[in-house]
Design a protein around this ligand. Structure first.
Ligand code: NAD
Ligand code: MG
Length: 301
């Protein structure tokens, strides 16, 4: 039985909280803009309330212009952190909005446009974040490339290379560059996926990278635990973001997006913000090497 959404902000039916399929068919050129999606994704712009959980912390979030990265950036700023975001130059309109929201909280917001497939750029943004924020203690490896292909034969070497570089190499380069700056108590967070555990037939290259990110999270947690640095991952299910409308899904799947989950709808980035906060916050001090799911009742972990 459907019940109306409660007006109580702390108690409501998760099924009716956000839009359900069918969604309007829509495509954007990669990487896409949240601004132009219909319906517009919710990144917590009007809803996320902070309580000082990340006071004084300094975060670098890749892909912080839209989707999960943007939800994390808004939440981190409202929890008291200064935040640098990376994004592709084409995403400037989305990124501007995020920087304004960060600054509105009285926090430092740094915009670092560029292409993560370039090792020099990865090194540079870590150095810039450290310089402009006055240090770094949270790294969120969140940017990602997902382009669906029906057959292995349709995945070009250029495609394969772009997916590996964006999703795996950048995480490796950024983490390596960040480590000398991360003090005890710092946190590294990867955005992996349910695809790491139960890959779709048409996301072969993408799913491989998400499995690699999950595995990197676990080995690095073992390597960095003795140094007092925690490493965790988030494994979202279907979330309403530009990645999905810019080649990530077929139109047939997009129209029904999230409809086959037990909650009957896709997640919104805002619904994962508190997970990114929790994994970065000092009170989660015993959580490391873990992958936290948010997939509407289906999917693993
Ligand atoms: P999104 O499109 O909002 O974010 C992805 C971001 O990656 C883009 O905003 C872009 O800034 C960045 N990016 C991509 N290629 C880049 C490049 N070459 N250089 C620099 N930046 C680049 O979509 P999202 O869904 O929020 O994606 C964030 C993460 O969530 C990704 O790692 C994705 O794999 C993961 N994820 C998404 C879903 C979902 O259903 N949306 C599910 C599971 C995991
Ligand atoms: Mg974007």
């Amino acid at each position: 039985m459907d019940s109306p959404v409660s007006n109580d902000k702390t108690f409501h039916d998760p099924r009716g909280k956000f839009p359900k399929p069918p969604f309007p068919s829509q495509t954007q050129p990669f990487p896409g803009l949240a601004r132009d999606m219909e319906p517009k994704p919710d990144h917590g712009e009007t809803s996320y309330q902070g309580s000082g959980r990340l006071k004084g912390r300094k975060a670098l979030i890749t892909g912080g212009d839209s989707g999960m990265g943007r939800a994390a950036a808004i939440a981190y700023a409202r929890e008291g952190a200064d935040v640098a975001i990376s994004y592709l130059p084409d995403e400037e309109p989305d990124a501007r909005e995020v920087i304004e929201l960060i600054k509105k909280e009285g926090r430092i917001g740094i915009a670092l446009p560029g292409d993560l497939r370039d090792e020099d750029y990865c090194r540079r943004i870590v150095a810039e974040a450290v310089r402009q924020l006055g240090g770094l203690d949270i790294l969120v490896n969140n940017a990602g490339r997902q382009q669906q292909r029906q057959s292995l034969a349709d995945i070009s070497s250029e495609d394969f290379d772009a997916t590996m570089k964006t999703n795996i190499y950048a995480m490796f380069w950024l983490t390596k560059a960040a480590l000398p700056h991360l003090r005890e108590g710092s946190a590294i967070i990867q955005t992996t996926s349910v695809q790491a555990y139960d890959p779709s037939a048409n996301l072969v290259d993408y799913a491989m990278t998400k499995a690699a990110m999950m595995n990197f999270t676990k080995s690095m947690a073992k390597q960095l635990g003795p140094k007092g640095i925690r490493v965790n991952g988030v494994a979202p299910g279907p979330i309403w973001t530009p990645l999905q409308v810019s080649g990530g899904q077929t139109q047939e799947k997009l129209v029904k997006f999230g409809g086959n989950t037990p909650l009957g709808r896709p997640g919104q980035p805002a619904e994962l913000a508190s997970i990114y906060v929790q994994l970065a916050a000092a009170d989660a001090s015993y959580a490391t090497g873990q992958i936290y799911g948010a997939a509407g009742g289906s999917g693993q972990p």
